[in-house]
Design a protein around this ligand. Structure first.
Ligand code: 5RP
Length: 251
């Protein structure tokens, strides 16, 4: 595994960054550099790759005095924006964004994405849909020919809590295998930022599918808030690669 030694001040610890983390950082930095300018309204996604995008936004605000407004997609994103002293905005004051930058759990050859590994797909989709451009940042492990090749945990589906059982039965009848996502360090299910639960809906990855249709079929089930399928939304994906380069994909 290639690793980069990051040196702090003399006497302060230095640490190495794994190849995967370097890849996430390279992708996020390039995306911010290519899609953010002065006065940009930015949607800030959720997850571990977006942390690097916020690092770069913060650096550029300091170095270039950029005036940005940042709209979060989750509790985590809100905290990232606030703790880095970026300007926090919301969809009420900024209903139209210039760009949304977000991670993904898997991206296929057509830029269809599975999102929601962190349970934030509903706000992420609303923010992405309100943006002129949706930019995905990811490391090489997320790059797939077809969905399900790399990501084996299924489609994250946010569901209102009282409906989880009937929704699960409907998913089974649609040929899927739903699993209620359970919390770690808390008894019971994961509760989303919107107060809902998540069904991770496993699917047979060998089957050819029309993902737009799957997205609409799942979203049409009563009780479903949002499925983490983003089809026809991404304008570009940046993949940080193992060799330190960044690969881009456009539709
Ligand atoms: C959260 C998401 C994240 O964007 C996705 O899970 C990727 O996260 P990471 O950058 O940590 O791999 O959709 O709901």
């Amino acid at each position: 595994m290639r690793s980069l030694l990051l040196h702090g001040l003399r006497g302060v610890r230095s640490y190495s960054m794994s190849t995967v983390e370097q890849a996430k950082r390279a992708a996020a930095f390039m995306a911010v550099d290519q899609h953010v300018q002065n006065n940009t309204v930015v949607g800030v996604g959720s997850g571990s790759t977006v942390v690097y995008a916020v690092e770069r936004l913060t650096e550029r605000v300091k170095n270039e005095n950029l005036q940005l407004k940042c709209v979060p997609t989750s509790f985590q994103a809100r905290q990232l924006i606030i703790s880095n002293n970026l300007v926090l905005a919301d969809l009420e004051t900024c209903p139209e964004l210039d760009v949304a930058i977000d991670g993904a759990d898997e991206v296929d050859a057509h830029l269809s994405c599975i999102k929601g590994g962190g349970g934030c797909q509903t706000q992420e989709k609303v923010v992405a849909a309100a943006a002129k451009k949706f930019v995905v940042v990811a490391d090489y492990r997320k790059d797939s020919e077809r969905l399900g090749q790399q990501w084996e945990k299924g489609l994250p589906v946010e569901v209102v809590p009282f409906a989880y059982k009937p929704v699960a039965i409907k998913m089974e009848r649609m040929g899927f295998e739903p699993v209620l996502r359970m919390a770690k360090n808390k008894a019971g299910p994961v509760i989303t930022d919107n107060g809902n639960v998540i069904l991770d809906v496993k699917f047979d990855a060998t089957q050819e599918r029309d993902w737009k249709q799957v997205e609409s079929d799942i979203n049409n089930v009563a009780g479903v808030v949002e499925v983490g399928l983003f089809v026809g939304m991404a304008n570009v994906a940046y993949f940080g690669m193992e060799d330190g380069t960044v690969k881009t994909r456009t539709p």
